[in-house]
Design a binder for this molecule. Structure first.
Ligand SMILES: [Mg+2]
Length: 352
């Protein structure tokens, strides 16, 4: 499915470690005055002045978190930045800097790493973050990427997971389930390709959901939008593991319950049609799918008029007393307990 578009192969050992970092990062520009020193010394220096620093990190491992048989390296670079920025935005903060470290086996030529860094640079440019450091080392097997993202926020603007209140409205950005179904399509095509490498799949009808999987966008615009609407969420989390497990995190940490309404869950038409094709309930896909990187948050009832007509936001439920539990109210108006069935990399691993 993915042919090698980079027939040129330059061994990374030719450059040496210092030469490699220098080569891969030479086109990155510094955009923030808070970056006092970026790449080029023993450590970076950041000055957030009177703001609080937000720090988050994620480790991505080949064949656990990504499969290079359908994930182009440029997309992988982009996505590895997005998953981290998403966590910064989930704190209602502004992302400002990242570090990127990779461990790479000698099956990757320099040209492959250039592709990876082209994706990282594209993310840095679009999302206005500075690359300020990182490390490269060799790996015996496969590719590992770890990104650390830094951000800044006024103390009073930071939103945590454990501060939702009973009667708050539950709100989600964008739509859900696409990334999971995109992955199902890519996995299916990979199997077809193994049997018949000449097969050229027509994936047009799945373009949105495949893009949701391969090139997710972190919701930088949502904290900005909420600020403009003068709404401060009472609690917030990003959706990396599926709607139900993120709701459960919010509820448990905030000591509240929740009623989630099935008919309010935002779904793209491609999610609905592809769910049907796979004989899956689109609700289950949205609840358990994961990797959508939308923001899930709660707001006080009094903020309802400010958000109700916003096309980027869907009100999908409300929080209740903890003793009432966490429930999905189905289209048939039955009440069923919410269960966390989010994708879990450890479980997946243990099955192997
Ligand atoms: Mg998160």
């Amino acid at each position: 499915m993915i042919e090698d578009k980079n027939p040129q192969r330059t061994s990374i050992s030719q450059l040496g470690e210092f030469g490699l970092i220098e080569h891969l990062t030479k086109n990155f520009e510094i955009k923030h005055s808070s970056t006092i020193k970026g790449i080029g010394d023993d450590a970076a220096v950041i000055d957030f002045k009177d703001k609080k620093a937000i720090v988050t990190t994620d480790l991505l491992v080949e064949n656990v978190h990504f499969d290079l048989s359908y994930m182009p390296l440029k997309h992988l670079g982009y996505k590895s930045v997005m998953v981290n920025l998403s966590d910064v935005y989930a704190m209602n903060a502004k992302a400002t800097q990242i570090t990127v470290s990779i461990a790479v086996s000698n099956r990757f030529p320099l040209e492959a790493l250039e592709e990876l860094y082209a994706g990282i640079k594209h993310a840095c440019d679009l999302y206005e973050v500075d690359l300020i450091g990182g490390d490269t080392t060799s790996s015996n097997k496969g590719l590992l990427i770890t990104v650390t993202a830094l951000g800044e926020a006024n103390q009073e603007d930071i939103v945590y997971r454990n501060t939702a209140k009973s009667n708050d409205l539950l709100v989600v950005s964008g739509d859900l389930g696409g990334a999971y179904l995109g992955l199902q399509i890519l996995e299916r095509e990979k199997e077809v390709f193994k049997v018949n490498p000449q097969n050229q799949p027509d994936l047009d009808m799945y373009s949105y959901i495949i893009e949701r999987q391969l090139k997710p966008e972190a919701r930088k615009d949502i904290p900005e939008l909420l600020k403009k609407l003068e709404v401060k969420p009472t609690a917030m989390i990003d959706i990396s593991d599926g709607l139900s497990s993120e709701i459960i995190h919010l509820c448990k940490q905030s000591k509240v319950g929740c009623n989630l309404y099935e008919d309010k869950i935002p779904l793209d038409p491609q999610v609905i049609s592809t769910s049907e094709e796979f004989n899956l309930s689109s609700t289950t896909v949205a609840l358990s799918g994961g990797e959508d990187y939308e923001l899930l948050f709660t707001v006080a009832q009094e903020d309802f008029p400010k958000i109700k007509a916003n096309p980027h936001l869907s009100i999908i439920g409300h929080m209740t007393q903890e003793s009432e539990g966490m429930h999905l109210i189905t289209r048939a108006n039955t009440k069923i307990p919410l269960q966390a069935r989010g994708w879990n990399s450890f479980e997946e691993n243990e099955k192997e």
